[in-house]
Design a protein around this ligand. Structure first.
Ligand code: SAH
Ligand code: SF4
Length: 351
């Protein structure tokens, strides 16, 4: 008998395997067994022994193959904000660390904010993760494991946003696999409409998504429509300038017919003036978007200033007068430094 398991890298943990790949691990077993195992793995079980409808010898083989544990990551630290948001620092099997957050809104809807990379190579001037540098991409198994660990502690999760550490469109292969696993009806079964990818503006990644899917909600961190200022704050603007980005967004919108979210981090005296708001509205004109205004979350050692609530409100009003929908940003998680852009405070700078 050929050993099909050879085709699966031994470092991939079961949370990152498709149903077909799990089935290929045990070619002599009937397909319904693989489905049963896939369901268990999708529940994020702590031990192979929990697989009560799987024969003991098969549970043992699984255990041997995956070093005794269905999940390879460990929770190193848990921080709970006074608003209930939960941030986890997670130690990965190679010793690297990432963070993820569970945010709960007023209606009780739970959103997992997941990391896609260890650190981030994009170097945005206002972002904590950007100061860590880039270590490596996360595998789909490591992305799913964040989801499982958050769900173990907080129960049913309705939404996923790739707004944790890293640039998801620079790790598209693994993020794609993670989305396929999250949305598989034999497993977690989350609608792709409930999944958001947030990107700093990686144009080839946006076009790749538009051409090949999956059709998920897209959020783009724009922050400024002024080319010089955007380049200063977000170096990605040198490689894919505002106009190139706009063309890609128009293409994404043509294919998906969906409203894109633009994230604008407001930093006092940098991009909060009336002039900035009008320039933004003009840039947006051909697009169908909603704008997420985010008051910059303070980060120790950074000389930026958070704008006042009144400033944010005024900025929103100008957009509103220009027919642009703004949505209030969840500031939840601030107390545990779990709000977006603050991930990484518990981690040492990566070499
Ligand atoms: N790398 C992706 C996703 C992770 S960052 C991206 O940049 O889109 C998630 C969001 O946090 C982005 O919109 C980013 O602009 C924002 N952000 C980064 N640092 C921040 C800070 N200090 N305060 C508020 N938002 C911040
Ligand atoms: Fe990376 Fe996003 Fe932070 Fe920019 S804002 S450094 S892309 S995580």
């Amino acid at each position: 008998m050929t050993d099909t398991s050879r085709h699966i890298p031994p470092t991939v943990y079961p949370s990152g395997l498709t149903l077909e790949e799990l089935a290929a691990l045990f070619p002599e077993e009937p397909l319904y067994r693989a489905k049963q195992i896939f369901k268990w793995i999708s529940k994020g079980i702590e031990s192979f022994d929990s697989m009560t409808n799987i024969p003991q010898p098969l549970r043992e083989r699984l255990s041997e193959r995956f070093d005794g544990h269905p999940i390879s990551s460990n929770i190193e630290k848990q921080l709970v904000d006074e608003d209930g948001s939960l941030k986890l620092q997670i130690r990965l099997r190679d010793g690297a660390a990432v963070e993820c957050v569970l945010l709960e809104d007023i209606e009780g809807r739970k959103t997992a904010c997941l990391s896609s990379q260890v650190g981030c190579p994009m170097g945005c001037a206002f972002c904590k993760t950007g100061t860590l540098g880039f270590l490596r991409n996360l595998g789909a198994d490591e992305i799913l494991e964040q989801f499982h660990l958050l769900r173990r502690l907080r129960g049913f999760i309705s939404n996923v946003v790739f707004m944790g550490m890293g640039e998801p469109l620079l790790n598209l292969e693994n993020v794609r696999r993670a989305i396929a696993l999250l949305s598989n009806h034999e497993g977690i079964g989350m609608s792709t409409r409930k999944i958001t990818i947030s990107t700093s503006g990686i144009v080839p990644g946006i076009l790749d998504l538009a051409a090949h899917g999956p059709i998920v909600r897209l959020a783009v961190s724009l922050t400024s429509a002024n080319p010089e200022l955007r380049t200063h704050l977000m170096p990605v603007n040198k490689t894919w300038p505002l106009e190139t980005l706009k063309s890609a967004l128009l293409e994404y919108q043509r294919v998906t017919r969906d409203r894109i979210t633009l994230e604008v981090v407001l930093i006092d005296t940098m991009n909060t003036s009336e002039h900035d708001a009008i320039a933004l509205a003009e840039w947006i004109a051909p697009l169908k978007v909603q704008v997420n205004l985010i008051a910059w979350n303070p980060i120790e050692g950074m000389a930026f200033k958070t704008p006042s609530t009144a400033q944010v409100k005024q900025f929103a009003e100008i957009l509103d007068h220009n027919g642009i929908v703004t949505i209030p940003r969840m500031n939840r998680g601030r107390g545990v430094m779990g709000a977006c852009g603050q991930l990484g405070d518990t981690l040492k700078a990566q070499e």
